[in-house]
Design a protein around this ligand. Structure first.
Ligand code: DGJ
Length: 743
């Protein structure tokens, strides 16, 4: 057999020769004795560098700030002296390490080949780089030397946003299916003296709570097994503070998230050399994946940034990336709304909804959003136990159907949006009676119902068609429906797919891919219809789902004191315009102004009846809505600065600065200050030091004058950033909204 030497600088000719040699079976891809060229994945500020070792395998040699001279990266060793006995034992960072090889730490991939062999060795074949939608895509092709088993590593680098998106594609042409026991999206290494993990965990009503811990030898895993959504107990996001706990405005931090709307696993492992490997991916829990010959398993994208200026810069980069490339209609407008859920729950009729549409108009919002409870006839949806799956308007509550509601909204002068939960079914429904085989369930066991419902089997293409048809039918019958709130209240329970039969290990994965198929079809046909993603609160918040949604519901917990923390957590990864925040009657002890100011930091909405507002409060809300709209481009499309952390004080402060730095808006909150505590001025960030800004406190209750010392003054950006504004107070639940305008 002929052995060929591969030069890593691809040309078309080289690629053709390689393909020819591969086809004729004469190419052995390994053992390049010349120094391999490096492969650099570069943003304007960060580089991730790979090199091919003498053994023909691919290794990461660097992740850090961008090198001024990339060619110097050829000096970086593939084998670095490590371990306790120094140079005699080398430490390597294989780009996508494999089970069954000499990898002593957590591998990225494990495969049982068709002949039962559990080992995989991946050798570099070639790579190519192309310009794609705002970034540079590098594809590195690897192959096993003994099996026709292939992995392509993909790296999409977004230069200006300093974000890298990476995922893998796994395929083979073995004689029988291969069983994949793990199949990470990527494997990223980092060297430092110490590492600190910040995780975003909680539960229903307390999403994205932040806590930090050092990473010591061994593994720390954050994962979920919820099937139909990524989050609830843990969000699919993390921050690693390098050489110290992550700071807001300084230091190196790695921040990222796995773009997957199902079971995910983030593995952080410190090895014997004290280096960190991060392995993000689908959780292989109960999911040994059967991959047939010539099929490709494309793993979810892992989206990350490496900031040299703390989490603040990292978040701003992720927000920019998300608005440009992540979120549905990321650079577009958002609709303010009045939702009826907290106000009516399931008890309403056509007249009541008509009245609420006029209340929406009175509040000055753009839309009325009808929530759960509008459908089901044989099994009316009057509580959570019946009707899911039967998407015809309930005739008793809504004799005129959806179209009458659309007409009433038009008459009231607002748009109309509607709630659906299309992936779910109640056992008490006509859908379940007709199609029990469409449901994920184990017929030989007692079912476990979460919120009285079950999950439709989206691995089945017929079920995908059905779920798609729910949205399609509503919009075909009522083209003026302007918005959807898409809910998903149950994790997958009773895991078994009648459709997948002997490939049950694929269910958790293929179910989520089935969901994406539905969402892609909806987005293709209705690109301009905004949709809110909701999952019993904020359990669906991952980057992939948000490609199909303009916003997500951060939590059912709308107590503003709690919401400050929840929104603070999510703000690390998701832009404000994606974060739906509503004014409700949760925590009536807080002033409506406080509730409204908290909600105004995100995508503003209301879920409250006018009976719960005084005339002054209503007037206040109207003004807050108008101000939110007026400051939309500053806040929702600007740069976010977290200034005072509620985790470190009894206050919070967040500012948004317009991209041209001519306008800024500062939100400050006093949650529960201690008696006589020291209150420092809030120092702004991101302003132009050479510009002068007029300071105006806005969002004041009718008849109330600002007591802010700096109100009405013109101060330089320099002063505002070095000295700040005396915005904090010693009272509970005070809040301020301060507009800064360059003169
Ligand atoms: C859970 C959501 O989080 C709520 O906002 C509401 O839509 C209910 N579902 C309706 O059942």
């Amino acid at each position: 057999m002929m052995s060929a030497l591969i030069f890593y600088n691809d040309t078309h000719i080289m690629k053709s020769i390689i393909s020819l040699l591969l086809l004729t079976g004469t190419l052995v891809v390994h053992a390049n004795t010349t120094r391999p060229e490096i492969i650099a994945i570069s943003t304007d500020s960060t580089q991730l560098i790979y090199a091919v070792g003498d053994n023909g395998r691919l290794y990461q040699t660097y992740l850090g700030p961008r090198l001024a001279n990339t060619t110097e990266a050829t000096l970086l060793p593939v084998n670095r002296p490590g371990g306790t006995d120094g140079a005699s034992r080398m430490v390597t960072w294989e780009a996508y390490s494999t089970a069954g090889s000499e990898t002593f730490f957590e591998p990225a991939i494990g495969a049982l080949h068709a002949d039962g062999n559990p080992s995989t060795y991946l050798y570099y074949k070639n790579h190519e780089t192309t310009q794609v939608n705002g970034g540079t895509l590098t594809k590195i092709h690897l192959a096993d030397d003994q099996y026709p088993f292939y992995v392509t590593l993909n790296y999409m680098a977004y230069p200006a946003e300093n974000v890298i998106k990476t995922w893998s594609e796994i395929s083979h042409s073995e004689k029988k299916p291969v069983q994949l026991t793990q199949y990470a999206s990527a494997q990223i290494y980092k060297d430092a003296q110490s590492f600190y993990l910040t995780e975003f965990t909680g539960d229903w009503g307390k999403e994205a709570g932040m806590s930090t811990q050092p990473l010591l030898f061994g593994k720390k895993i954050i994962d979920t097994h919820l099937g139909s959504r990524a989050a609830m107990h843990a969000s699919p996001y993390f921050i690693i503070g390098i050489d110290g706990p992550a700071e807001e405005n300084s230091g190196e931090v790695l921040m990222g998230g796995i773009a997957w709307t199902g079971n995910f696993r983030l593995t952080f492992e410190i090895d014997n050399d004290g280096s960190l490997r991060v392995i993000p991916g689908i959780n292989p829990y109960a999911s040994t994946y059967t991959l047939k010959a010539n099929e490709t398993l494309t793993t979810p994208e892992f989206v990350f940034t490496l900031s040299q200026h703390g989490t603040g810069q990292g978040s701003r980069d992720l927000h920019d990336w998300s608005r440009k490339y992540g979120l549905k209609d990321g650079d577009g407008d958002r609709l303010t709304l009045l939702n009826n859920w907290e106000n009516t729950y399931f008890t309403f009729d056509q007249d009541k909804l008509g009245q609420l549409m006029h209340e929406a108009k009175a509040l000055g919002v753009d839309m009325f959003l009808l929530d759960d409870g509008w459908f089901g006839n044989k099994y009316p949806r009057n509580n959570a136990g019946a009707g899911l799956g039967d998407w015809d308007a309930n005739k008793a509550k809504l004799p005129g159907g959806v179209s009458a509601l659309v007409d009433s909204a038009k008459a009231a002068g607002v748009k109309f949006g509607i709630w659906i939960e299309p992936e779910m079914v109640n056992p008490k429904s006509e859908l379940y009676e007709k199609h029990p085989e469409w449901v994920i369930q184990q017929t030989n066991r007692q079912p476990y119902y979460y919120r009285g419902q079950m999950v439709l089997d989206l691995s089945n293409p017929k079920v995908q068609d059905y779920v798609y048809s729910i949205v399609d039918r509503i919009l075909t019958d009522n083209p003026d429906v302007a918005y959807f709130k898409w809910d998903c209240n149950s994790p997958i329970t009773n895991i078994y797919s009648p459709y997948l039969k002997d490939r049950q290990g694929n269910l958790y994965v293929d179910h989520v891919k089935g969901l994406y198929n539905v969402l892609d079809r909806i987005k293709a046909k209705y690109p301009d219809t905004p949709m809110m993603l909701c999952s019993g609160g904020g359990a669906r918040c991952d980057y992939k789902a948000l490609e199909s949604f303009t916003e997500f519901w951060a939590s059912d917990d709308t107590d503003p004191a709690e919401r400050i923390f929840i929104q603070w957590g999510f703000s690390h990864f998701l832009p404000a315009k994606a974060t739906s925040a509503h004014v409700t009657s949760w925590n009536r002890n807080t002033p409506v102004k406080f509730r409204c100011d908290v909600a105004s930091m995100g995508k503003l909405g209301f879920d409250i009846g006018l009976q719960d507002l005084t005339a002054d409060e209503l007037a206040y809300c109207r003004e807050a809505v108008a101000n939110w709209r007026r400051l939309y481009s500053t806040a929702m499309d600007g740069d976010q600065y977290r200034l005072v952390s509620p985790y470190k004080s009894n206050h919070a402060a967040m500012a948004y600065v317009a991209k041209d730095r001519n306008k800024a808006v500062l939100y400050t909150f006093d949650i529960h200050p201690r008696l006589g505590e020291k209150k420092l001025p809030v120092r702004l960030r991101g302003l132009d030091p050479d510009k002068n800004y007029r300071v105006d406190e806005i969002n004041l209750m009718p008849g109330k004058k600002s007591s802010l010392k700096e109100n009405g003054k013109v101060l330089s950006g320099d002063y505002l950033m070095k000295v700040g504004i005396n915005a904090l107070t010693g009272g509970d639940y005070n809040s301020r909204v301060i507009e800064l305008t360059a003169e």
